[in-house]
Write a protein that binds this ligand. Structure first.
Ligand code: FES
Length: 102
């Protein structure tokens, strides 16, 4: 995948200085990543959506957080249900989910 339609960055909670297991890590980001990858596979979007892990976005109080590019849409307070909604609305149908933006 050289030029994905969407590039999704998911905060793992790693900090450049200090605690390597920040808020997003303690709020279960592993299950969020697993849900996201599952949604991408189920919707056959793996050729269009690249998922990368990232360090702290600086919005820890709203974690787990992720960002979708090229639009630069940030989502927070992620739950498995929110991941499903974003996968359907944004990644599959191209419309950012306003209610989940931060
Ligand atoms: S630890 Fe995820 S935004 Fe800071």
């Amino acid at each position: 995948m050289v030029n994905p339609k969407y590039h999704v960055f998911v905060c793992t909670g790693a900090k450049l200085r200090g605690d390597a297991k920040g808020i997003c890590h303690t709020r279960g980001v592993e299950s969020i990543i697993g849900k996201l990858v599952g949604e991408i596979d189920d919707r056959e979007l793996s050729g269009e959506v690249l998922v990368s892990t990232a360090g702290c976005f600086g919005v820890c109080g709203k974690g787990p957080a992720r960002a979708v590019y090229p639009e630069g849409v940030w989502y927070g307070n992620l739950t498995p249900d929110a991941i499903e909604t974003i996968a359907e609305g944004h990644l599959e149908n191209g419309t950012p989910v306003e209610a989940l933006r931060i």
